[in-house]
Write a protein that binds this ligand. Structure first.
Ligand code: HEM
Length: 233
């Protein structure tokens, strides 16, 4: 491809991103990728119920493919940056369009989930930082990362130690419930941003968004609660 054609394409892409719909599409597409990660991560974590060996083998399996693992991490990080950046720019655009705040705050057309997007996002971001310090770096685990005799990270033991602390489990429960609310509105808006909206399918999209976000929240909350309650030890 010649430089002129590449320049033309990148100009088109940047002009598209400058529009409100362009930012919404970037937010929707990056959100789908992040959603895929959340589902995959939950399926992996639920193996805690199958015992220590199972979940530790799963973690070892992921670590045994450094190429794809780092590829996925870079794509996820890029999607996270694009998601946060486009959300921030859309928020600025809405503020500029409405310099004087509405007298009556509650807008009957905006759901609880949509009104919480702007603060559920940053709280989930804070959770993510804590979570990485918790289980990836072990910085906030009482004794740092536990390891097996062969030196591999003992993911199972780390979760048991981590979630035996009631305040930590409470924080996870709150953050993951907020993630559910965020996903509900996010999935629902994604269908609209990508133009997949039709009176006959719309109720189904809403049902899908509700079912997916509830399942993800309940699945995620079940892990710290099961540890704290002593069902998994
Ligand atoms: C209560 C539910 C959760 C549990 C039990 C959990 C557990 C874990 C564990 C044990 C690790 C370390 C894995 C390893 O070292 O191999 C990890 C990593 C991670 N978790 Fe979670 N997680 C939960 C929820 C979440 C959520 C909701 C998100 C995103 C919003 C998330 C994002 C991540 C990321 C980005 C990593 C780093 C992955 C990497 O090293 O590439 N986790 N999680």
């Amino acid at each position: 491809m010649s430089t002129a054609v590449m320049n033309l394409n990148s100009n088109r892409a940047s002009r598209f991103y400058d529009t409100t719909i362009g930012k919404k599409v970037v937010m929707a597409v990056s959100g789908v990728v992040l959603f895929g990660f959340v589902v995959g991560h939950l399926v992996g974590n639920l193996q805690i119920y199958a015992g220590a060996d199972k979940v530790n083998h799963y973690a070892k399996f992921l670590q045994s493919m450094p190429g794809p693992l780092w590829g996925a991490r870079i794509v996820l990080l890029l999607c996270l940056i694009l998601h946060v950046w486009s959300a921030f720019e859309l928020w600025l655009l809405t503020r500029e369009a409405r310099p004087v705040a509405y007298k009556k705050k509650s807008n009957p057309n905006s759901s609880y989930a949509s009104r919480t997007m702007i603060w559920s996002g940053p709280i989930i971001g804070a959770f993510l930082i804590y979570h990485l310090l918790h289980f990836t770096f072990g910085t906030v685990l009482p004794n740092g990362l536990a390891r097996l005799e062969n030196g591999d990270v003992n993911v199972y033991q780390n979760m048991i130690v981590g979630f035996s602390q009631p305040l930590v489990t409470l924080f996870y429960a709150i953050a993951v419930s907020l993630l559910g609310v965020h996903l509900y509105h996010g999935l629902w808006s994604m269908f609209q941003s990508l133009g997949v909206s039709h009176p006959s399918y719309t109720p189904r999209f809403k049902q899908f968004a509700a079912a997916a976000s509830i399942l993800i929240s309940v699945g995620n909350i079940s892990i710290p609660l099961s540890v704290l309650a002593g069902f998994v030890r």
